[in-house]
Design a protein around this ligand. Structure first.
Ligand code: NAD
Length: 480
C-alpha cells in the first residue's frame, strides 16, 4: 500500500502513533493509499522544527527568500504533469483542469509572493511640529499554522504557505485529509529548492486530530484557515481566547446576477463555467443564478442546451468537462439536495442523477444539475451545496434582485452581468460580498484583497494583505 508521510524538519517521517487513514480515488471509489493521522506529538515535533528554523529564516535576506520561493515555483512548473495527475487522482477533477489551473496557480503563488516580498516596505510618519518620526516594522510572527480544504488542494495550500514563509515565518501546515497527495509531493520540491529544514513542516491527518492539535498549540501564534463555515466557527472558539491572529476563508453561496443588457454570449459561456468548473466545488462558483425576466426564457433554453453538452467522465480523459466529486459522503450530501429541491417544488430542468462510467462504476459521478426555483428562500437557494448544482429564477427589478442576492448568511463573491455603468456602481457598492466580478468570473490578480464578509469569513488574503496578516506591525517613535 502506497503510504505518504509527514514532512518534518526536511525529513519524511511516519506518524509516531502509527495510525493511518485510507485515501480514496474518487474516479473509481477505491482506496489507493494511506496517509498518517498525525498526533499531538507529531504536531509538537513539527512545531519544534519550525521554532528552531525561525531565528535563521527570519534573518535570511529578502533576496535569498525570494530566490528560493521562485525556485519552488520553477520546480512545480517542471513537474506540471506529475502534479496534475496526482491532484486529479486524489480529488477527482479533470487532469486538464489541474494542468491549466491548479498547478500553474500553485506555481504562481510562490512566484508572486517571492517577488512581492522584495517590494513590501515599512511605512514612516513624520510627526510635524512634534519633532518626531515614526517608522513601522512588519516583523514575522514566528511559527504559524496553515490549514486548507480539498477543493483546490495545492492551489489553496500554497496560497497560505507562500506568503507566510516569504514574510519570514516558519510554518506547520495541514492539507485536507481527503486530498493530501500534492502537499506531500511539495515537500520533495521544497527540499530540492533548498528551503532550509524546518521552515515548512507538513503534517497529515484528520481535522479533529491533527488540525485540532495545531489550533490548540499555545505557541502557534496565527492560524490561516480555509474551509467550511462551521469549522471556521470552531477554530475561532478555540483560538480567540488564546489571542491568536486568525484569517478565516469560509463558505459561500454566491449570486450570479444577469441583466438583459449584458453581452449575452460572453455571459452564457462564463456562466456555464462559473456554475460547474471543478464540479461546482469552488467557493467562488455562482450557484444562485438570477436572470432579468425579459431574457429569462431565452436564457433558460440556451443554458440547458449548453450544460447538456458538458461531458461527465473519467478525470484522465481529455474530453471530460466534469470529473468525479471528491468523496462518497460529499456525493451523498449533494444528492440529498436534489431530493430537498423536489420536496420544495423546485423543477429539475436538467440533471439530478448519478452517472455510472463503464469500468469505474464505484466512482462519484453526478450530472451537472439546473434547478428552477420560485423563491429565493428555499434551502437549495440558501445553503451551500458545493457541488454541480445551480438554481435559476427570474427577477424584475434591480432592488428586488439586490435584496435576494444579499439575503443569505454568506458573502464571499458576486457576479454581475450588465453594460450599464451606473447600475454596476450602485450594485457593486451595495452587494454583501468581498469580491465582485462584473462581466467576468474568476479573473484573479494576486495583488487584490481576497476574502468574504458575514459567514464567509474574517480577514483578507492576497498581495500585501497576506503579508500584513503574517507579520506584526511594530511602530517605533523617535523624538529628535
Ligand atoms: P472543512 O472545514 O471540513 O475542512 C477544511 C480543513 O480544516 C481540512 O484540512 C480539515 O481537516 C480541517 N479541520 C477540520 N476540523 C478541524 C479542527 N477541529 N481543527 C482544525 N482543523 C480542522 O472544509 P472542506 O470540506 O475541506 O472544504 C469545503 C469548504 O471550504 C466549503 O465550505 C467551501 O466553501 C470552503 N472554501 C472556502 C474558500 C474561501 O476562499 N473562502 C475556498 C475554498 C473552499
Amino acid at each position: 500500500m502506497n503510504k505518504i508521510k509527514n514532512y518534518i524538519n526536511g525529513q519524511f517521517l511516519n506518524p509516531s502513533s502509527n495510525v493511518w487513514i485510507d485515501n480514496y480515488c474518487p474516479a473509481n471509489g477505491k482506496v489507493y493509499g494511506q496517509i498518517p493521522n498525525a498526533s499531538k506529538a507529531d504536531v509538537e515535533n513539527a512545531y519544534i522544527a519550525a521554532k528552531s528554523a525561525f531565528p535563521s529564516w527570519s534573518e535570511t535576506t529578502l533576496e535569498e527568500r525570494s530566490r528560493i520561493l521562485i525556485k519552488i515555483s520553477e520546480l512545480l512548473e517542471a513537474n506540471l504533469q506529475r502534479f496534475a495527475e496526482a491532484e486529479s487522482k486524489d480529488n477527482g477533477k479533470p487532469v486538464s483542469l489541474a494542468k491549466t489551473i491548479d498547478i500553474p496557480r500553485a506555481a504562481s503563488n510562490f512566484r508572486f509572493f517571492g517577488n512581492a516580498i522584495t517590494q513590501f516596505a515599512s511605512e514612516s510618519h513624520e510627526s510635524i511640529g512634534q519633532d518626531a518620526i515614526n517608522y513601522t516594522l512588519h516583523q514575522p510572527i514566528g511559527v504559524v499554522g496553515c490549514i486548507s480544504p480539498w477543493n483546490l488542494p495545492l492551489y489553496l495550500f500554497t496560497w497560505k504557505i507562500a506568503p507566510a514563509i516569504a514574510a519570514g515565518n516558519c510554518v506547520v501546515a495541514k492539507p485536507s485529509e481527503i486530498t493530501p497527495m500534492t502537499a506531500y509531493l511539495l515537500g520533495e520540491i521544497c527540499t530540492e529548492a533548498g528551503l532550509p529544514r524546518g521552515v515548512l513542516n507538513i503534517v497529515h491527518g484528520l481535522g479533529s486530530t491533527t488540525g485540532q492539535a495545531i489550533i490548540e498549540h499555545p505557541d502557534i501564534k496565527a492560524i490561516s484557515f480555509t474551509g467550511g463555515t462551521e469549522t471556521g466557527a470552531h477554530i475561532a472558539r478555540v483560538a480567540a481566547p488564546m489571542f491568536k491572529k486568525l484569517s478565516l476563508e469560509l463558505g459561500g453561496k454566491n449570486p450570479n446576477i444577469i441583466f438583459a443588457d449584458c453581452n449575452y454570449n460572453d455571459m452564457l459561456e462564463t456562466t456555464v463555467r462559473s456554475s460547474f468548473a471543478n464540479q461546482g466545488q469552488i467557493c467562488l462558483c455562482g450557484s444562485r443564478i438570477f436572470v432579468e425576466a425579459t431574457i429569462y426564457e431565452k436564457f433558460k433554453t440556451d443554458f440547458v442546451k449548453k450544460v447538456k453538452q458538458l461531458k461527465v467522465g473519467h478525470p484522465s480523459k481529455e474530453d471530460t468537462n466534469i470529473g468525479a466529486l471528491v468523496s462518497k459522503p460529499h456525493l451523498e450530501k449533494v444528492m440529498q439536495y436534489i431530493d430537498i429541491a423536489k420536496e420544495e417544488d423546485g423543477t429539475i430542468l436538467y440533471g439530478g442523477n448519478k452517472v455510472t462510467i463503464a469500468g469505474y462504476e464505484d466512482g462519484y459521478y453526478i450530472e451537472p444539475t439546473i434547478i428552477e426555483v420560485t423563491t429565493d428562500e428555499c434551502r437549495v437557494n440558501q445553503e451551500e451545496i458545493f457541488g454541480p448544482i445551480v438554481t435559476i429564477m427570474p427577477f424584475n427589478t434591480e432592488d428586488h434582485v439586490l435584496q435576494m442576492a444579499n439575503k443569505v448568511k454568506y458573502g464571499l463573491s458576486a457576479t454581475l452581468w450588465t453594460n450599464n455603468l451606473k447600475r454596476t456602481m450602485r450594485m457593486s457598492n451595495q452587494l454583501h460580498a468581498g469580491i465582485i466580478w462584473v462581466n467576468t468570473w474568476m479573473l484573479r490578480d494576486l495583488r487584490t484583497p481576497f476574502g468574504g464578509v458575514k459567514a464567509s469569513g474574517v480577514g483578507r488574503e492576497g498581495g500585501f494583505e497576506a503579508f500584513r496578516f503574517f507579520t506584526e506591525a511594530k511602530n517605533v517613535c523617535i523624538k529628535y
